[in-house]
Ligand binder design. Structure first.
Ligand code: HEC
Length: 161
């Protein structure tokens, strides 16, 4: 496909006698989102503008809010979320190397452990909100979907009920 495109452009150049030199303005720049080549920049190395929301490993608040009538609770959501994606490293029962570098003060294996201060830190590294999708955590292994990260942001914004 790329070769065909190059040949086509060369053919157009030959016909219009544009010759070597700067590429035409409307042909030399890959599409900003989506199109061929655009996905090459989509890695986890740093802030990436993925359309409306920044998808980033750089910690920062999501700006998530608590909608009226939110039904997201520890029992219905957060316990399972942490169980699936976090407690492999962030459990109070793990110590030393078994934590894979997870800080000793960040344990996610009980509701009581999620203090407001810990919740704010979780928001900054694993949740999503109107302005950003934080993907720093988990640092390896199975990762939550963006929709799950949105629910985590909502749960934290609602005060971790
Ligand atoms: C493979 C092990 C591992 C998994 C799984 C993991 N973490 Fe971590 N976590 C770490 C390590 C290592 C750090 C320290 C990172 C650093 O400071 O550079 C960390 C740090 C953190 C911090 C502290 C950030 C700060 O400095 O305030 C929070 C909060 C956190 N993780 C939440 C989570 C959540 C939520 C999940 C699940 C979605 C998760 N982690 C999954 C290893 C892990």
């Amino acid at each position: 496909m790329a070769r065909l495109l190059t040949c086509s452009l060369l053919a157009i150049c030959a016909l219009t006698a544009c010759g070597p030199g700067p590429a035409p303005d409307d042909g030399g720049t890959p599409p900003a989102d989506g199109g061929p080549g655009g996905d090459a920049a989509m890695d986890d190395a740093g802030p990436v503008d993925a359309g409306m929301r920044m998808r980033t490993t750089a910690a920062g608040p999501t700006g998530a809010t608590c909608p009226d009538g939110s039904a997201v609770t520890y029992d219905s959501f957060a316990q399972g979320f942490f169980g699936s994606y976090c407690v492999r490293c962030h459990a109070s029962t793990l110590s030393g190397g078994a934590r894979n570098g997870a800080p000793p003060d960040v344990n996610l294996d009980s509701h009581a452990a999620i203090t407001p201060a810990i919740a704010a830190r979780i928001d900054r590294v694993a949740a999503a909100g109107p302005t950003r999708i934080n993907i720093f955590m988990p640092i390896s292994g199975a990762a939550p979907t963006d929709a799950e990260r949105d629910r985590l942001g909502e749960w934290i914004a609602c005060g971790t009920p």
